[in-house]
Write a protein that binds this ligand. Structure first.
Ligand code: PXG
Length: 445
């Protein structure tokens, strides 16, 4: 196929009306379609043949870069060998292999892996595990769940209940009962333009003691937080904050859940946020980078204590009445195994850590540009927060997003914050292109 024929075929768009798109302004999109039809490594290609540098790794997921040949090969081979195997009461080797590989890189003590198909399902699964765990131990009155303001835990009813993003909650009724929220830790007055973890704010974890005092520890099952909050605005944990949350949970017999759907798989400059921060939760939700975004898959990593608590009762009985038709799907499991091999084989977690300073230098060079009120970074996560246009929240960031897209770079916005989460294979020159494109967009406003 010549380049011209390829371009013509790609430009031939289907009718756009029938597809109801998620988290998208459908009417705007259908009038101004931005269509990706191919991707490779650091780049996506649009339907009309434009090349875009992907500074978001899809949606924080394609950590090994797009269409990594080893992962593609593994998915193809699996599709030819075993398309599907009954997920309940039967197994297939690949998913056990993946559980072994995963627990091998997980923080010490997280020895068991349960598989689902998305981050949202992982969150619901972890919350259910926490409730059932206490009930099995004779503490069935521990039913309360504590999330955090600005937290994002997907879009299931459990996830939006413990989540703290108002537009994701307000349309959907009462949600789960018995949920409370910690305060978020975002504070520009104290922490603007910090590099790495902010110094101020560990004391905000003490608010958990107040929530516990209000409800009594005996009613609380679990606390769920993202070590680094993504969708809620890229919010970093103040130094010492997560450790303090862990200590308070331990003191009161409350399970700690880390939602590592974004932080996991190199994003935080180590295998997991927990690894980098040196704080181990009882349950950890994962998705996205688990398969480098190639096949939908999520999971929950559980401590031996949690697993052992379930492995009681009569031999042969089902211990956890939960699971999905596609839990541990063969294609996802094959993609997961190959992805972990790529991460380890190519040293991508170390690479993310090694690029952290270069990434930070580049992002922080945007300090002083018009309307930039904060720059934050950790691992290969970055954020540039903009002053909102009065009366038009999100408009400024969206206009920068569109300008960058038109100039060949995909970034992401959350509120008026520009978010960056490039594939871990990004190099110094590409970081330069991302930041120069953002700078030009800021100056063009
Ligand atoms: N937990 C966290 C911490 C997440 O970031 C989910 C759960 C839900 O995962 P699923 O696979 O059900 O979408 C997420 C998802 C963004 C963005 O723009 C972030 C997510 C999803 C879509 C967009 O920041 N995170």
């Amino acid at each position: 196929m010549t380049d011209n024929t390829a371009r013509k075929l790609e430009a031939d768009l289907p009718d756009l009306e029938a597809y109801w798109m998620p988290f998208t302004g459908n009417r705007y999109f259908k009038q101004h379609p931005r269509m990706i039809s191919r991707a490779e490594g650091m780049y996506c290609y649009t339907h009309d043949g434009r090349k875009l540098l992907d500074a978001v790794a899809g949606l924080w997921c394609c950590n090994a870069g797009h269409c990594h040949p080893r992962i593609v090969e593994a998915i193809k081979a699996q599709a030819e060998t075993l398309d599907y195997a009954m997920a309940f009461q039967l197994g297939h080797p690949r998913v056990f292999e993946l559980a072994n590989k995963l627990t091998g890189i997980a923080p010490e003590g997280l020895d068991y892996a349960f598989f689902v198909n998305s981050g949202s399902e992982a969150v619901d699964t972890a919350l259910k595990m926490a409730l059932a765990y206490h009930r099995i131990r004779g503490q069935g009155e521990r039913t309360r769940l504590i999330g955090r303001e600005k937290g994002y835990h997907g879009v299931g009813f459990g996830g939006i209940s413990v989540g703290g993003i108002s537009p994701n909650r307000k349309m959907f009724g009462a949600m789960l009962p018995g949920v409370d929220h910690l305060p978020h830790t975002h504070n520009l007055e104290h922490n603007a333009f910090s590099r790495g973890l902010p110094k101020w704010g560990a004391h905000l974890a003490n608010e958990l003691e107040n929530i516990i005092a209000l409800h009594d520890a005996s009613t609380i099952a679990a606390v769920i937080v993202e070590p680094i909050a993504g969708s809620g605005g890229v919010i970093l944990p103040p130094e010492g904050y997560l450790k303090r949350v862990r200590e308070i949970c331990d003191k009161h017999g409350i399970l700690l859940i880390f939602d590592e759907v974004i932080c996991g798989f190199g994003r935080a400059g180590a295998a997991f946020g927990a690894t980098r921060f040196g704080v181990t939760p009882d349950l950890m939700t994962i998705a996205k980078g688990l398969t480098s975004g190639t096949v939908p898959m999520g999971g929950v990593l559980a401590s031996k204590d949690v697993y052992d608590t379930f492995m009681t009762g009569p031999e042969g009985a089902i211990e956890f009445f939960h699971g999905y038709t596609y839990s541990g799907h063969p294609l996802a499991a094959a993609a997961g195994c190959a992805t972990l091999d790529v991460y380890l084989g190519e040293g991508l977690f170390d690479r993310a850590r090694a690029m952290e300073e270069t990434f930070a230098d580049a992002l922080h060079s945007l300090k002083g540009e018009a309307n930039v009120i904060d720059v934050r970074n950790f691992g290969l996560i970055g954020a540039v927060e903009l002053e909102s246009i009065p009366g038009k929240p999100t408009a400024r960031a969206m206009s920068i997003f569109r300008e960058c897209y038109d100039n060949g770079v995909i970034i992401r916005t959350t509120g008026d914050t520009l978010a960056f989460s490039p594939p871990l294979i990004i190099d110094k020159a590409q970081i330069g292109v991302v930041v120069d494109t953002v700078r030009a967009a800021l100056r063009s406003q």
